[in-house]
Write a protein that binds this ligand. Structure first.
Ligand SMILES: Cc1cc2nc3c(=O)[nH]c(=O)nc-3n(C[C@H](O)[C@H](O)[C@H](O)COP(=O)(O)OP(=O)(O)OC[C@H]3O[C@@H](n4cnc5c(N)ncnc54)[C@H](O)[C@@H]3O)c2cc1C
Ligand code: SF4
Ligand code: SF4
Length: 1008
């Protein structure tokens, strides 16, 4: 569209649509791609507040002749959710469960509702929406309808189209109506009524009459014919079902405003038989026999290559250990009204297959937890096979073809032959084998001209192959741009003509998600990479050792799965800012997209000013640097590091936000302030003065500054202990005096000294100032962070050379030495040696105590806020073991990030987001905790946030275990200086008033 037309469209949308309108580079970048190989920059983005507002947006688009693309979770794998169009994101506001009818087993929903959320709300009725894609935590019902999604459970439930009763649709021309199965009488009535609806139905009836025979002939009779439009839904034996026709049309026919869904009772009892085979082809060959002997709920497959990837990435170690012997596996789930019935069905299946439950190639899994873990293992296939160690990058494209199950084994053999012919390594096979659907990610070389040519040739050959077996190009994910062009090979010219006529009936102007399914774009155009992709390379401060030392490759990690868009982190952390804002650009994926566009690899990249981009800065602004993504994202996107890298370039040679100086330089400021801690506290808490100071410092006025301790840990150590132990003594450990422990809560450090000594350690505390540089890293002052680290390494030299282990109390500082510093200073031997010898407090006690550690018997309940960096970098298992050993009945809260996250929650403009994060789960859980239960939190930020939000004092594990504190209590925190502060303000005000009075009196005298 010409820019003047775009401007007019934007103005009209802003004036008339109740919603958020984004035509800026940030919004357009964030929505420029889905989980596929394709990328098209949108014209603009609309996030409607209501369904009616979305309908108005479409009306405005029609008036301005602008194409429209609806978007749910944006997890499409074939390019159907990327377009140069107005993107309507339904997920933020249009996500209501409108009604449930438990008797009729139906519900009505808005299109933006996420599947897991819907099923959570239905659980009370014992009902669920059956089809369950692996993306169930983030895919939206609108997207499921758009793609006719399936998933493992479709073996029992059928596809989404088969579970939709009615849809409320809106065509581009403005026809709005509910559609569904249409008995003959009703069909005649609608046609007789005329109008746009009558004309549409009349056209559909004509299509049925003209093409019905061809459709019967050319549509493969398999459960996973997802490719093409569902023209078969119009056949009389299918009840002229217009809802089923629209389902799977990938937003190219009409917009779905509401959906009435059919629900199924939740299967209460299941048993999973995990069966091992010599290889994946042998597994595929047994599927028909399995279907003969049982009616399974799921028949899922994975191969030894996939298991190898998972091992290499440390994914699902528990489930992998439980797999029976074999090089390929089927997970066959059976259900029953009782647990015994489910088990008996599994046994009967084994009998039928000539196997027994005790065979080494069989594992009968009955516990719910174990079955869930097996499912999660299979569902993580895509993430596991992407960026696998020592493997080229693998991509979607030929990812979900399906064939009749009786041909599955032969099809896989031929597909392997094709891989060999194209030199495409040996990709891993997995998928929904019970429905003949095969998943495979293939190492196409999409960055070179030859690679792109090979991609096209492979796709064409694979299409012919699957058609030769009577299969479908897509057995699950839809056609999009990857398969649209190949549909004629599967359906022949007549059906393709019918598809074109169907599209013209619904969308004569061709404005609904153009270029997909009908008149498709070429499969080798609009690639996210492609032969012309030329990203800017630049020097970076971090080394990116796992990304070939390239920031560009690191940014490309994100494959768009959208796990970072889960409204509920489900025990993980990622991504707190998305959970609170519900905005794409505040998800890990959205940020990765902006950074990708910042590389300016494409001529139409919306972000034009590289590291100086304010759009990228704004998207990264709400990243809490919690590192949740580093562990929870299937490909370990490490946004905290990318943010630090970005900030370092963005502000190079320029004035930074004040908070970068006040909070980034906190260790130095705190050191200075602690020369006179009482005066500093009084100043920080003096009404008026403190507020002015916070404003100047770029710090929120809504938080109290944490008070300085009267005496730092290091000063206490010098006073109390004097001589340091011998660094070479194997019992010696160096306790890390992080700024938070040292300057604000030295009681934690003192408790740690006592606990470590009780375990036989000889504890040393560095006497000179040392620092990990955390606050400089998180504010992107990376040169300074390096200098700080270099100085610290110099001061620790005798200890490092002697190999003295260091014990960290503050998880974020420990994580710096375990993860950030080695990447920032890969050449520094001191840093590398520190990484190897930097223990957590629990690791020291559990694994290294010289005399064996004999914990106090606390015998108490505790709720635990796990620090994000524990979660992402160090792991938390050892801490749990320590708690167990000390008799703490610990409940780890599923609360994600506390929201304060170091400097984040103190910075001006972040207060609300920070508190909203905490209010999601952490603070309510602490408020619900009885007074006798300990609240444990090793992070200074977590403790501060808990205290600010609930008034409850949380303690570090060291305090809980400290013999001197008695029954896991906490020492009193430093006084906050409020009284002194008020006195100070009073004194300043008093002095000011006196001076003013004197001045006025003198002026008065002079006048007289
Ligand atoms: C790792 C991974 C695993 C996957 N596993 C599975 C799986 O097991 N089974 C499976 O079936 N799929 C799977 N998929 C594909 C994808 O997740 C599913 O198709 C999912 O249901 C899409 O939902 P979404 O909300 O992300 O849709 P989107 O990608 O947002 O949209 C999908 C299509 O629906 C259209 N659409 C969205 N909303 C509307 C609306 N209101 N009106 C009209 N059209 C609309 C869009 O325009 C688009 O064409 C997987 C994808 C990934 C990345
Ligand atoms: S950041 Fe990770 S979880 Fe989020 S979309 Fe990208 S790959 Fe998926
Ligand atoms: S570091 Fe945390 S807030 Fe930032 S993108 Fe990752 S998960 Fe989200």
């Amino acid at each position: 569209m010409p820019s003047s037309a775009v401007e007019a469209l934007e103005t009209a949308l802003r004036e008339r649509v109740d919603g958020e309108i984004g035509f800026d580079a940030g919004s357009r970048s964030a929505y420029s791609t889905d989980a596929s190989n394709y990328r098209q920059v949108p014209i603009g983005v609309v996030v409607p507040h209501t369904v009616e507002a979305a309908a108005t947006a479409i009306e405005v688009c029609r008036e301005h002749d602008a194409p429209v693309l609806s978007r749910g979770g944006g997890t499409s794998l074939a390019g159907e959710c990327t377009n140069t169009a107005i993107v309507i994101d339904w997920t933020k506001h249009c996500d209501r469960l409108v009604s449930v009818d438990p008797e009729d087993r139906t519900c009505v929903v808005e299109p933006g509702i996420v599947l897991d959320e819907l099923n959570r709300r239905l659980a009370g009725h014992g009902l669920e929406f059956g089809p369950r894609p692996s993306t169930h935590g983030q895919c939206a019902v609108g997207g499921m309808v758009g793609n006719n999604s399936c998933g493992a459970t479709a073996q029992r439930t059928g596809t989404t189209a088969q579970n939709v009763r009615r849809l409320e649709i809106l065509t581009y021309d403005g026809l709005r109506c509910w559609v569904g199965p249409t008995p003959d009488g009703e069909l005649e009535r609608i046609i007789a009524e005329g109008g746009s609806r009558g004309r549409l139905y009349e056209g559909l009836r004509r299509l049925r009459e003209e093409y019905g025979g061809t459709v019967r002939e050319r549509f493969p009779d398999i459960p996973r014919r997802i490719s093409g439009y569902n023209l078969d839904a119009l056949l009389p034996e299918q009840g002229f079902d217009v809802a089923r026709l629209v389902a799977g049309s990938e937003g190219t026919l009409a917009t779905v405003l509401r959906a009435e869904l059919e629900l199924l009772p939740v299967v209460e009892h299941t048993t999973t038989a995990v069966l091992g085979y010599s290889d994946i082809i042998a597994a595929a060959e047994e599927v028909p026999a399995i279907l003969e002997h049982a009616e399974p709920l799921q028949v899922e497959a994975l191969d030894d290559r996939m298991v190898g990837f998972m091992r290499a990435k440390g994914l699902h170690p528990d489930s992998i250990e439980l797999l029976p012997d074999g090089g390929g596996w089927l997970m066959v789930q059976l259900g029953g009204a009782t647990a015994d019935e489910a088990r008996d069905r599994a046994r009967r299946l084994l009998d039928g297959l000539g196997r027994g439950p005790e065979d080494r190639t069989v594992r009968l899994s009955r516990s719910v937890g174990e079955q869930r873990r097996f499912q999660a293992t299979r569902e993580s296939g895509l993430g596991a096979s992407t960026r696998a160690p020592d493997m080229p990058d693998a991509w979607p494209g030929w990812e979900d073809s399906a064939v009749p199950v009786e041909h599955l084994g032969r099809y896989l053999r031929d597909l392997r032959g094709l891989f060999d012919e194209f030199g495409l390594d040996d990709p891993s096979f997995y998928g929904h084998f019970g429905h003949g659907c095969v998943h495979v990610r293939i190492p196409f070389r999409l960055e070179s001209a030859q690679g792109v040519r090979d991609f096209r040739s492979f796709m064409e050959r694979a299409a012919d192959l699957v058609v030769s077996y009577g299969g479908s190009l897509s057995g699950e994910h839809g056609d999009g741009q990857a398969r649209g062009e190949l549909l004629d090979r599967m359906f022949g010219p007549e059906v393709i003509r019918a598809f074109g006529e169907l599209k013209s009936l619904f969308d004569p102007a061709g404005r609904m998600n153009p270029g997909k399914v009908v008149d498709p774009g070429r499969l080798d155009e609009d690639l996210r990479l492609g032969a012309d992709w030329r990203p800017r390379e630049s020097e970076t401060r971090f080394a990116y050792p796992d990304d070939d030392h390239s920031f560009n490759r690191a940014v490309m990690r994100c494959v768009g799965v959208g796990k970072c868009r889960r409204p509920d982190p489900d025990g993980g952390v990622m991504c707190p800012s998305y959970q609170v804002t519900g905005e794409e650009r505040h998800s890990t994926r959205g940020r990765a997209r902006l950074l990708f566009e910042m590389l300016q690899g494409h001529a139409d990249s919306p972000v034009r000013d590289g590291w100086r981009s304010t759009e990228v800065r704004d998207a990264l602004d709400l990243c809490l640097a919690c590192k949740g993504c580093k562990s929870d994202c299937p490909v370990n996107v490490d946004m905290a590091t990318y943010k630090a890298e970005f900030l370092s370039h963005h502000y190079a040679g320029r004035l930074r936000p004040m908070a970068h100086y006040s909070l980034g330089w906190l260790p130095l400021l705190a050191r200075a302030a602690q020369r006179l801690p009482r005066a500093a506290n009084a100043l920080l808490h003096a009404p008026g003065i403190a507020a002015a100071g916070k404003r100047l410092a770029g710090v929120t006025g809504r938080r109290e500054a944490p008070p300085f301790a009267a005496e730092s840990l290091q000063a206490w150590w010098r006073r109390e202990r004097g001589a340091q132990p011998d660094p070479a003594d194997p019992r010696t450990v160096l306790l890390w005096p992080d700024t938070f422990t040292n300057r604000f809560q030295p009681n934690v450090g003192r408790a740690a000294v006592r606990v470590l000594e009780s375990a036989g350690f000889r504890v040393a505390v560095p006497e000179e100032p040392v620092c990990c540089g955390l606050t400089w890293i998180s504010t992107g002052q990376l040169r300074t962070a390096e200098n700080v680290l270099r100085r610290t390494i110099g001061r620790l030299r005798p200890w490092i050379e002697a190999g003295t282990p260091v014990v960290g109390l503050e998880p974020s500082c420990t994580a710096v030495f375990r993860a950030d510093a080695p990447e920032l200073m890969p050449e520094s031997k001191g840093v590398q040696r520190l990484r190897e010898r930097f223990w957590t407090f629990s690791e020291a006690l559990l694994h290294h105590a010289p005399d064996g550690w004999d914990p106090p018997a606390l015998g108490r309940a505790a709720v635990v806020q796990k620090h994000c960096h524990h979660h992402a970098v160090m792991g938390f298992q050892t801490d749990l073991q320590v708690m167990g050993k000390a008799g703490l009945d610990a409940e780890v809260l599923r609360s994600g990030c506390c929201g304060l996250a170091g400097n984040f929650g103190f910075e001006r403009g972040h207060y609300e987001i920070s508190m909203d994060c905490a209010e999601q789960a952490l603070l309510p859980a602490v408020r619900d905790t009885g007074p006798d239960t300990l609240v444990l939190a090793d992070g200074f930020s977590c403790r501060t946030q808990i205290e600010a939000g609930t008034g409850r004092q949380a303690v570090h594990l060291a305090e809980a275990l400290d013999p001197a504190s008695g029954e896991g209590g906490a020492a009193p925190r430093p006084a906050d200086g409020k009284v002194a502060g008020r006195l100070l303000t009073g004194a300043v005000v008093g002095l000011g008033a006196a001076a003013a009075a004197r001045y006025l009196a003198r002026r008065g005298r002079m006048r007289r």
